[in-house]
Ligand binder design. Structure first.
Ligand code: A3P
Length: 348
C-alpha cells in the first residue's frame, strides 16, 4: 500500500502523520523504536506506521465461528478479561492457564505493528543474551494470524471494529471491554512510561493532552468505543465495563459464560473470581507480563514502582487530574456522549 492510498483489498486511506506533527510528538518521546505514525481512514485512527504492512492481512484474515475475540481500547482491562474468557471457554483449565503464558494462549493480533522492523532490531540489541526468554515469550509469533492454530482460536486486538475483518461479528464472538477514559489515560500513561520501547518522557498532563487530541496509539478513544456501541445489540458482541467488573466480578463471569454458552456452577464462578482477584492476578506470572522484565523491555527505574498490573481501581484518575484538567475532561466526555445512550457506570 502506498502513501495516502487505499487498495482493492483494504478500503481505507492510510496517511503518514505530517512531519510537523511528528516533530511535535517528539517533544514527549524519543523515536528509537518507532518509524513513524499513520492516520487511518475517515476517523483518523492513530497507529504506528508498521500498520501499513499488516492492514490488508488483518482486514482479510479468515475467521471461524468458534473464534473468540477480546477487543478493547488499550488499558481497559484487556488482560483481565482475556484470562476470564479463556478460563470460561476452556472449562476452568487452571493447569494449562498456569503452564502456558496468556500471550501464547490468547495472542495479540497486531503484535507486528508494535514489534515493527526497527523495534525488532532494537529489541535484539537490548536482549542479545536473553534469547531463550524471547523465544518463550513469543512462541506463537509465526501463527498469530494463522490458519494453523487449532480451534477454538483466541484473539486479542486493540484495533477498532472498522479495521478488523468486516464479517467479524457475523462470524465469531467478540467481547469488548470499555473503561472510563480518564482511568484509561492514567493507566496508559504508566504503560508508556513502563515500557522502554515507547521512549516516553512527557508528564501526565502532556500525555492527557495528546490522548484527547488523538495522538496516542489507537486513538481516537471515543470513535473506537462508539463503533462498538453502535453494534451493542448484536448477538455475537458482549460489551463489558471495567467499572462493573470491579463492582461485581462474579456477575461479569456469569455474563461471559452465558455469552459463550457455558453453565458454570456457583463454586466454579467463585473459584474463578478468586483467581482473577487483583492481588492474585498481580502475582500470577502467566498473565502479569513479568517475563518482559527479564527481557529488558521495561524501564528499570519506572519498573521499580510501577508494574503492568498496577492499581486496579475505578476512579483513580482523580489523583492525577488538577481542577482545570478535571473540568476539561468532563466537558470532553459530555460532548462525546451527547446524543448517545452510552454512559460509564457510576457516572451520570
Ligand atoms: P491500572 O493501570 O489502572 O491499574 P490492559 O490489560 O487493557 O492493559 O489493562 C490494564 C489495566 O487493567 C491496569 O489498570 C491493570 O491494573 C488493570 N487490571 C489488570 N488486572 C486486573 C484485575 N485482576 N483487577 C482489576 N484491575 C486489573
Amino acid at each position: 500500500m502506498r502513501h495516502g492510498t487505499s487498495s482493492s483489498d483494504f478500503p481505507y486511506v492510510i496517511n503518514d502523520v505530517e512531519p510537523e506533527e511528528f516533530a511535535e510528538l517528539q517533544k514527549t518521546f524519543n523515536t528509537a523504536f518507532t518509524d513513524g505514525y499513520v492516520r487511518v481512514g475517515p476517523k483518523g485512527y492513530f497507529l504506528k506506521s508498521g500498520y501499513r504492512k499488516e492492514a490488508a492481512k488483518i482486514y482479510n484474515m479468515s475467521l471461524r465461528p468458534d473464534d473468540v475475540w477480546v477487543v478493547t481500547f488499550p488499558k481497559s482491562g484487556t488482560t483481565w478479561v482475556q484470562e476470564m474468557v479463556w478460563m470460561v471457554a476452556n472449562d476452568f483449565d487452571y493447569e494449562t492457564s498456569k503452564a502456558v503464558l496468556l500471550v501464547n494462549r490468547f495472542p495479540f493480533l497486531e503484535r507486528k505493528i508494535i514489534y515493527n522492523d526497527k523495534a525488532q532490531k532494537k529489541f535484539k540489541e537490548m536482549t542479545a543474551d536473553k534469547e531463550e526468554n524471547i523465544k518463550m515469550y513469543l512462541s506463537s509469533e509465526k501463527s498469530y494470524l494463522a490458519a494453523d492454530r487449532p480451534s477454538p482460536r483466541f484473539f486479542k486486538s486493540h484495533l477498532p471494529l472498522s479495521l478488523l475483518p468486516p464479517s467479524l461479528l457475523a462470524t465469531s464472538r467478540v467481547v469488548y471491554v470499555a473503561r472510563d477514559p480518564r482511568d484509561v489515560a492514567v493507566s496508559y500513561y504508566y504503560h508508556y512510561k513502563l515500557f522502554a520501547f515507547y521512549g516516553y518522557f512527557g508528564n501526565f498532563k502532556q500525555f492527557w493532552e495528546s490522548f484527547v487530541k488523538g495522538d496516542v496509539d489507537y486513538c481516537s478513544y471515543f470513535e473506537h468505543l462508539k463503533e462498538v456501541w453502535g453494534q451493542r445489540h448484536h448477538a455475537n458482541l458482549l460489551i463489558l465495563f471495567y467499572e462493573d467488573l470491579i463492582k461485581d466480578l462474579p456477575g461479569g463471569i456469569r455474563r461471559v459464560a452465558r455469552f459463550l454458552g457455558k453453565e458454570p456452577s456457583e463454586a466454579q464462578v467463585r473459584a474463578l473470581s478468586e483467581h482473577l482477584k487483583f492481588d492474585n492476578f498481580k502475582k500470577n506470572k502467566s498473565v502479569n507480563f513479568e517475563p518482559l522484565k527479564k527481557m529488558g523491555f521495561e524501564d528499570m527505574n519506572v519498573g521499580k514502582t510501577v508494574s503492568f498490573i498496577r492499581k486496579g481501581k475505578a476512579g483513580g484518575w482523580r489523583e492525577h487530574f488538577d481542577e482545570q484538567m478535571a473540568a476539561q475532561a468532563q466537558q470532553w466526555i459530555d460532548d462525546n456522549l451527547r446524543g448517545t445512550d452510552l454512559r460509564f457506570p457510576g457516572h451520570d
